[in-house]
Design a protein around this ligand. Sequence first.
Ligand code: AN7
Length: 333
Amino acid sequence: MISLGEGDTPLVKSNRLGEELGVPELYFKLEGCNPTGSFKDRGMVVAVAKALEEGSKAIMCASTGNTSASAAAYAAYCDLPALVLIPKGEVAMGKLAQAMAYGAQVIMVNGNFDVALDLVREFTARHAVTLVNSVNPNRLEGQKTAAFEVVDDLGDAPDYLFIPVGNAGNITAYWKGFKEYRLMERSSRLPKMMGFQAEGAAPIVRGEPIANPQTIASAIRIGNPASWQSALDARDESGGAIDAVSDDEILDAYRLLASKEGIFCEPASAASFAGLVKALRGGLNLAGEKVVCICTGTGLKDPDLAVSALATKTIEVAPTVQAIEAVAQMPVE
Ligand code: AN7
């Protein structure tokens, strides 16, 4: 009964990178087109609707940024107070600005995301406040709709789905969605699920929690994912893989997506495409396969990183046409 217009995001066919990489059927799902700029809105709308249904008086989450932005927006829309715990100094400016603008109470914790999530679990166990992190199953019910949309748009499930992994809720939700659609005979097959963590925050790949996760992709700076086991299940049941990509690989992917496809996503989002590039370099042949990369959030979330990482030089000129002619880069006439 509530909506800020989440879901129904575009599935865009690659115009350049797919051809260059030998993956002619490559698609990008633009989750940055959701109302708060990330996929979190799909799950948050359901979590908040269910909270209202149960007569909840407040919601709470821990967040690397996007969950807090989304929770704050739906709380504002529904006139519920939102409490958001964020790791101090580790959340991108755009996301912090959103939580503040929507009027959430922002509580900075001296600790990382994993610590903040433990605190939220403890707090919500003691008080009548609804936890809206992805350990709330209603979140995954909402997020699985992205898998439905991919199948609806392609006419069947893709062969491969590449997706970033942080707390591992989203890979769990997609796999649930693909399986349910298959069961309902809306698709004839299931994709291989290819999840990617950042190298310095890759507990699933390493097989143990990481106490002090580090990566430039702050959204997936998570050392002890809540949906760890279900991510392994998605990998194993689908015959896919969960691997790590370095910050350099993430930044290369981030630049390529923007400059060669017109898709400006945030660094964590670029882990999916970085993973695709890595898999191709490792010898995976995707020439005849339908491949979807999930772009989980918009690049505008982290403008500081964009300006520093892209390091494109800007030019200053006098306000004359001649000065512009002297510097303009254009095809020769
Ligand atoms: C852009 O906002 O965990 O594996 O607290 O913001 O489902 O955690 C965000 C995660 C990928 C990873 N891409 O998804 C949070 C948070 C973006 C993200 C992920 C996140 P999950």
